[in-house]
Each structure stands twice: as structure tokens, then as C-alpha cells.
Design a protein. Structure first.
Length: 158
């Protein structure tokens, strides 16, 4: 009996401009509406959109479209703020956020429901490109890479 077939992963499909990110629900702290972004003076990082005030904390807002070098598009109408738990054990960055271009939705995945799509264009920050159910352009982000970028920018975050 293959135990991998029985494995399910609760996930969140996060629409971004140009595609969708697929992340495990376990790393999502909250999905909420965007209330405001604090600008970072003299910010040298184009992928760092600013600071969000969330539950009494200041957390960095990562522009995932710029990290992935996706083409710019118009501002979406129903943006949502997705707050993620940091993966690092030392918790240098316990939380960070990104913007969804629409309301994310939950999925329950099995090994059979996720299909890797051919190589195509590779992006830094993406583990692989996949198809999930009827959804094309689904990316599994490299969360370690994203968090490493944030660590490198820590001098402007304080």
C-alpha cells in the first residue's frame, strides 16, 4: 500500500497578477483586507512594498510579482492581505505579508491532484510550476528564498 496516495495537504490558492500561488494553509496566519501601507524611507528594494501594521506588529509587505519578475498590470479591485508565518526556527522574521489580487480560496490536495507542468520559464522564488484541478499557472513559491530576501533587507525594516 502506498501511503503517499493517502496524504492530503490543506492549501490556499492565492491569486496574484499573472498567476496563482499555492501554499500550505498551515503557514497562513490570516487573510484580511488591506488597511494601509507604511512606506519605508530610502527603500532600495523594489520588491519590498512597505510595512503593514498587523495585530500590534510591524511586518514587511513583499511584492511577490516583482520578486517573480512578472509583467506589471493594473491594480486589482479586490486585493487581500495574506499574512504568512515565517519558517525560520530563530524567527528573525516571524511574519510577513503579500498581496493577493483577489480572494484566496482553500483547496484540499492529494498527490494525484497536483501535476507538474513542463519547465517553461523559470523564476527565482518558484519551486515549480503546476496544474491543480482546472487551474493553470499555479506556482509553488520557494518560501525559503522569499524569507532570505526579507532577511537581507532587515536593515531597512527597523
Amino acid at each position: 500500500m502506498d501511503s503517499n496516495k493517502d496524504t492530503i495537504v490543506r492549501s490556499l490558492l492565492i491569486p496574484i497578477r499573472g498567476g496563482k500561488l499555492l501554499v500550505p494553509s498551515a503557514i497562513i496566519a490570516e487573510v484580511t483586507s488591506l488597511r494601509g501601507i507604511e512606506e519605508i524611507p530610502e527603500n532600495p528594494y523594489d520588491w519590498l512594498d512597505g510595512i503593514i501594521h498587523w495585530r500590534g506588529q510591524r511586518i514587511p509587505l513583499l511584492n511577490v510579482e516583482k520578486v517573480l519578475a512578472l509583467p506589471p498590470s493594473k491594480k486589482p479591485k479586490r486585493q487581500r492581505l495574506v499574512v504568512l508565518y515565517g519558517l525560520e526556527i530563530g524567527q528573525t522574521i516571524p511574519f510577513y505579508a503579500l498581496l493577493a489580487s483577489d480572494i484566496p480560496r482553500t483547496l484540499i490536495l492529494t498527490e494525484d491532484s497536483l501535476t507538474t507542468i513542463g519547465e517553461g520559464k523559470r523564476h527565482s522564488g518558484i519551486v515549480f510550476h503546476a496544474k491543480v484541478q482546472d487551474e493553470e499557472n499555479v506556482w509553488l513559491p520557494d518560501l525559503n528564498y522569499l524569507e532570505q530576501l526579507l532577511k537581507e533587507s532587515s536593515s531597512v525594516l527597523h
